[in-house]
Design a protein around this ligand. Structure first.
Ligand SMILES: [Fe+2]
Length: 211
């Protein structure tokens, strides 16, 4: 299981002590979606793509079509992703979410994703349609990094010292993460195609005073 692989990486970083507890965890969801990935790939690449400013030298449907997951032929994928989003919100006690925008990114050798977060979204996701054995991992930067101006470590083999965590992915992997959590990749060493998406609350939270 994809999530067990990630737990294994993190367990190497956990320092046990009866007197110290890790407060304020950052929830990252790791799921595997069982679906015909060849069909999904053929379908999404019918959409127009263009270079994206955060993805050096790559193609993206971002800005061309606002939500490729609204395509009726991708309804099965959309409902499987929504099930995972529901699991994430149930666990983290967030109010129910819906997908507000989805696009695909096609990365070839040398393309990289620069450090960014997803503005105007609650949680974001990356679904891996195509990867190969050389595909680079997604790296999340610790949100505590800006505050730790005076922490000098003896070694980095601890979750308290970690400034970032890399997650290896495979075809069918789905990662869900808070949209404020900054992430990036190194230059791609293989090839990958990813559907990225944003979310917002299903119920209207803000009432327009004029209505
Ligand atoms: Fe992103």
């Amino acid at each position: 299981m994809f999530v067990n692989t990630i737990k294994k990486i993190l367990s190497g970083l956990i320092t046990m002590s009866d007197n110290i507890v890790p407060l304020f965890p950052t929830p990252v969801g790791a799921y595997e979606i069982d679906i015909d990935l060849d069909f999904v790939y053929r379908k999404i690449t019918e959409y127009t793509s263009a270079p994206h400013f955060l993805l050096e030298d790559s193609d993206s449907s971002f800005g061309q079509d606002s939500n490729i997951l609204e395509d009726s032929e991708l309804a099965d994928l959309r409902s499987k992703i929504l099930e995972c989003i529901d699991d994430y919100t149930d666990t983290t006690c967030l109010q129910p979410l819906d997908i507000t925008g989805a696009w695909y990114n096609q990365m070839k050798k040398g393309d990289k994703v620069t450090l960014h977060r997803h503005e105007g979204s609650v949680i974001s996701g990356a679904f891996y349609v195509k990867t190969d054995e050389d595909t680079v991992p997604l790296r999340f930067q610790s949100p505590l990094k800006p505050y730790k101006m005076n922490d000098l470590y003896e070694n980095f083999n601890s979750q308290y010292a970690s400034s970032g965590v890399q997650i290896n992915v495979q075809p069918g992997s789905l990662l869900l993460f808070p949209s404020w959590l900054e992430h990036e990749t190194d230059a791609e060493r293989g090839e990958r195609c990813v559907i990225s998406f944003n979310t917002f609350y299903r119920a209207a939270m803000f009432v327009n005073p004029d209505t």
